[in-house]
Ligand binder design. Structure first.
Ligand code: SAH
Length: 202
């Protein structure tokens, strides 16, 4: 993969959720946004030959992108329907068949890695779902790439303070939520999200 644009194009070919489950807050990370997060990780040397865990992998856009950039990826996801799509997506690009898929709740996954990447539920349906993801992520790896609503930055900062971590990088973007859920009224509602690289303090 030679460029961020190339990566974004490759990721835009992937299938998304067949029927998004509202209670699980399933939404597909938009391909440009996924490419931006992954490209930053790539340039920072966080992906190549690293053990990367994708928590709540969904249909696999982050897992597949990381694999395309040379990471050894484990994808953890509890929804079997999403996993079916992830497996179809794996057929699209060579090398991504090596992604290890673990079906189950992220809270039951305990194998450590070098890095966690995730686009967790924002916690609007299941309260504190984002905290559950951060809690699990920090137990698994010293570096976390994650995406949150920009309005919850205070919470992310506080979480880092509480756990001896810091925000090493962040960038704010508008995230087009595709209309995959009934309660998203407008076709392409945009929500301000922040991409983060969180890291354990030395
Ligand atoms: N990472 C994907 C999907 C993001 S949506 C992407 O970027 O496109 C969040 C995903 O987390 C959904 O697929 C949902 O099924 C999954 N999920 C939510 N809670 C979970 C839990 N406790 N354990 C495992 N997966 C969970």
């Amino acid at each position: 993969m030679v460029s961020k644009k190339g990566l974004a194009v490759a990721l835009s070919e992937l299938k998304g959720f067949m029927k998004a489950d509202v209670s699980l807050e399933q939404y597909l990370t938009e391909s440009d946004l996924a490419a931006e997060l992954l490209w930053h990780a790539h340039m920072a040397g966080d992906l190549k030959e690293k053990r990367v865990i994708d928590l709540g992998a969904g249909t696999g856009i982050l897992a597949i992108g990381a694999a395309l950039l040379g990471a050894n990826v484990t994808a953890v996801e509890k929804d079997p329907e999403a996993i079916k799509v992830l497996e179809e997506n794996q057929l699209l690009y060579e090398g991504t068949d090596e992604i290890k898929i673990v079906e189950g709740d992220i809270r039951t996954y305990h194998e450590e890695g070098d890095l966690v990447i995730m686009n967790p539920p924002f916690g609007t349906k299941e309260r504190h779902a984002d905290r559950i993801f951060l809690e699990q992520a920090r137990l698994l790896a010293p570096v976390i790439y994650t995406i949150h609503k920009s309005t919850t930055r205070g919470f992310v900062e506080e979480f880092c303070k509480e756990h001896g971590m810091y925000i090493a990088w962040e960038v704010k973007r508008n995230f087009p939520l595709k209309k995959t859920m009934a309660h998203h009224r407008k076709e392409r509602e945009r929500v301000a999200v922040t991409l983060y690289r969180l890291q354990t303090s030395p």
